[in-house]
Design a binder for this molecule. Structure first.
Ligand code: PEP
Ligand code: MG
Length: 758
């Protein structure tokens, strides 16, 4: 049997029909209105490559150096051609075509979607890497099925599997063929409030096919419906400028302008809302858990296209429909026995054995699930930090290495405890709360331990549509994948310090021993990982900005200047301009990435003070072969001087200015950002800091320079409110905060809109 009907598929048929096929089958079986269709099974694909004898050749062709883009392209083309040129066996062709002819009237438009399976390797089939074709007819159906098979070997898919070490022969692919619903309207529905868990249905709806809503290219209407009364409690009607439709002539999916009279028209009728409510109840009952559903309306019928559990609702919330916190039921760990406190730097609750790690210790003492307790984390601790269940440090603030890296790794952390390494005992069981900043004795029951928030977010489809862009910060290239999964509009700050510090040597020493090309290669490889992950979303990469004390720990660090206060010292653009030997190599690395086609990169300079800094940096860009007129580039606003000189910086030609509030706060208030003794007066919302930011945004708006924030404060609701009010162009937040920031931005924007019409 080459195909199975969705009616005969159930959730546990994953190996046969892949994730997408299994979920659609389960919904069909539950009697929910799913457009009819069938699945060309994963074993059909496997038999195709094995019976034709192309399997070995196929897998050998894609064993290439994934960092070599030419080799990657060649591998993809070889695999693609092999699959496309190998004839499909007659019996398989017939079976697929027969099945197709039984769908609809026999000449239906169908959607052909890849549905990958990955035995024992749940992460190996990366969402979005395989093809989907809409509006397919009999004529090209078989080719489209083969295209789906071949998409298992897209450059991106080969790159990922090679990089992650996933064997190519362990991933198979099924293909779902399903009648197209030529949707007049479509959208998504949550059967509970996705963060508070309140018992209400939230529906987002727009005209045309659902792609526009899911991909975020249109602002949908938003309806909140009470599940008690069935009443629409609020209906926010959006200005829906575009819609995704099937072109009558070509059958292709295209974007069209919404006719003027329908732009502000309410999408859903009361009957449709009632039907969605009914289906929402049914699907939630079926799965016994709140659902996040994609739906479409065609000729008055509501169809369900996809359903996934909502996992954002924290335990205990929402049952009574009252909680509004979005937080979790964080029971106290083991009573009130707080051993020590610090700053909650990376959210989540974790229990484990405390492992006191002094700088000289071997990190292999840290076992899976231990909690690292150390003075301050170092770049070479990252492998151990990945194994750890949590991190505790004596030193550091919210913007220290430990805090930034823990957040990106998704490991709960408490920093700046003062004397954690002395107070806690090696081997004792502790529970850390990365939100409250507490460390308690004993173990929290498994079910009360909590993963970082975004782990629990729905991965797709909905992100709140906002006019202000919401981006994400990245410091460790391997966090790129997690960062991209947030649905952020790009990377507002990609730091390269971590890439450089993990070389274990100062850049000068590394270059001395390995040559300039090797340094450029290192930067290219790290930045590329993130640029690729986000492509074509923009990625703002910054030249090096590590203070000398961070370099001192590395080989070659003995040559670093001795400074009383490295934070005020030889770092950022001032170092780059004073001794450009390393700086220009970083720019060359960016140039190479542009040459490789990563036109989504933007260049940013740290710690500038005035126009002279900017003009000199711009000249270096030119020398490296980057045309400042053609590429987006800009500066960080991290010193009061830069904020006060913004007009001159704008005249120097910058496209954007990004507030680095971690530094701007310390330089405005004279409070060392990494000094736990003054952490309580380190306040990014201090009126002086806000005045500098507010005035800078105002000037930038007048002179047409985009503004952004990439300091830690961009993840704080109060700062978000302030910035959106002032008209900032984008906000870049931590991975774990992106979704909340998107919601906060949307809330403020809606309030501003309401205020303007009242
Ligand atoms: C900042 O200063 O706010 C910033 C984002 O840069 P860094 O934290 O790397 O100094
Ligand atoms: Mg800074």
């Amino acid at each position: 049997m080459a195909v199975v009907w969705l009616d005969d598929v159930r959730a546990d048929d994953l190996d046969l029909v892949g994730g997408k096929g299994a979920s659609l089958g389960e919904l069909t079986g539950a009697g929910l209105p799913v457009p009819p269709g069938f699945v060309v099974t994963a074993s059909t694909y496997r038999a195709f490559i094995e019976d034709a004898g192309i399997d070995d050749e196929l897998f050998a062709a894609v064993e290439v150096d994934h960092e070599d883009s030419a080799a990657l392209k060649e591998a993809h083309e070889a695999a693609h051609d092999l699959i496309m040129e190998t004839p499909m066996p007659d019996d398989v062709r017939e079976e697929i075509l027969d099945a197709y002819r039984s769908v609809g009237e026999g000449d239906a438009f169908v959607a052909v979607r890849s549905s990958a399976t990955a035995e024992d390797l749940p992460d190996a089939s990366f969402a979005g890497q395989q093809e989907t074709f809409l509006n397919v007819t009999e004529e090209d159906l078989l080719d489209r099925v083969k295209e789906c098979w071949a998409s298992l070997f897209s450059e991106r898919a080969i790159y990922y599997r090679n990089r992650k070490g996933f064997p190519h022969d362990k991933v198979d692919i099924a293909v779902v063929v399903q009648q197209m619903v030529d949707a007049e309207k479509s959208g998504v529905m949550f059967t509970r409030h996705p963060s508070t868990g309140k018992k209400e249905i939230i529906i987002e709806a727009a005209w045309g096919l659902g792609e526009a809503v899911v991909s975020g290219t249109v602002s949908p209407d938003n309806y909140v419906v009470s599940r008690e009364t069935g009443e629409v409690e609020t209906a926010t009607i959006a200005d829906k400028k575009t819609m995704c439709v099937r072109d009558e002539e070509t059958g292709e999916t295209v974007m069209r302008d919404v006719p003027n009279d329908r732009r502000h028209e309410r999408v859903l009728t009361d009957d449709e809302v009632s039907r969605l409510l009914e289906l929402g109840e049914l699907v939630e009952d079926h799965y016994e858990t709140p659902q996040d559903v994609e739906w479409a309306v065609y000729e008055g019928e509501v169809y369900m296209l996809q359903s996934r559990p909502i996992t954002t609702i924290a335990e205990g919330d929402g049952e009574e429909g009252e909680s509004d916190s979005g937080g979790s039921s964080r029971a106290t760990a083991t009573g009130d026995d707080v051993l020590i406190r610090g700053l909650g730097a990376s959210p989540g609750i974790a229990s484990g054995r405390a492992r006191i790690v002094t700088k000289l210790d071997h990190l292999d003492q840290v076992a899976e699930g231990d909690i690292i307790v150390t003075e301050m984390t170092m770049p070479d601790m990252v492998p151990a930090m990945k194994r750890a269940a949590g991190i505790v440090t004596d030193e550091g603030g919210m913007t220290s290495h430990a805090a930034i890296v823990s957040r990106e790794l998704g490991v709960p952390a408490v920093v700046g405890t003062g004397d954690g390494t002395k107070t806690l005992e090696d081997g004792e069981i502790i529970t850390i709360d990365g939100d409250k900043g507490t460390i308690r004795e004993g173990e929290e029951p498994e079910e009360k331990q909590r993963q970082p928030v975004e782990e629990a977010r729905p991965k797709t489809p909905v992100k709140p549509m906002t006019a202000t862009e919401v981006k994400v910060n990245v410091s460790i290239p391997e966090a790129g994948e997690r960062a991209a999964a947030t649905g952020a509009d790009g990377v507002g700050l990609l730091r390269i310090e971590h890439m450089v510090l993990t070389l274990g040597k100062t850049p000068e020493r590394f270059i001395e021993q390995n040559g300039e090309r090797a340094y450029v290669d290192e930067i290219v490889s790290g930045v590329r990982e993130v640029a690729e992950e986000f492509y074509p979303r923009p990625v703002r990469v910054r030249t090096l900005d590590a203070p000398t004390d961070e370099f001192r720990q590395l080989e070659g660090g003995e040559n670093e200047p001795r400074e009383h206060n490295p934070m005020l010292g030889y770092r950022g653009i001032r170092r780059g301009l004073d001794n450009p030997s390393v700086f220009r190599l970083e720019l060359q690395a960016f140039r190479r990435l542009f040459d490789m086609g990563y036109d989504n990169l933007e260049v940013m300079f740290p710690l500038v003070n005035d126009a002279e800094d900017v003009l000199r940096a711009k000249e270096h860009m030119r020398e490296a072969g980057i045309d400042p007129e053609k590429r987006e580039w800009g500066v960080m606003i991290e010193t009061p001087a830069a904020a006060l000189c913004i007009e001159e910086l704008a005249d120097a030609g910058i496209d954007f200015a990004s507030f680095g509030t971690n530094d701007l706060t310390q330089y405005t208030l004279a409070v060392d950002r990494n000094n736990e003794h003054v952490a309580d007066i380190y306040d990014e919302l201090h009126p002086a800091v806000l005045k500098l930011i507010g005035d800078t945004i105002e000037t930038c708006r007048e002179v047409g320079v985009k503004t952004s924030i990439c300091g830690q404060a961009g993840s704080k609701p109060k700062m978000v409110q302030f910035l959106v009010d002032k008209g900032v162009s984008s906000i870049s937040a931590n991975i774990d905060a992106v979704r909340d920031v998107q919601h906060e931005v949307k809330r403020v924007e809606q309030r501003l809109l309401l205020d303007s019409v009242r």
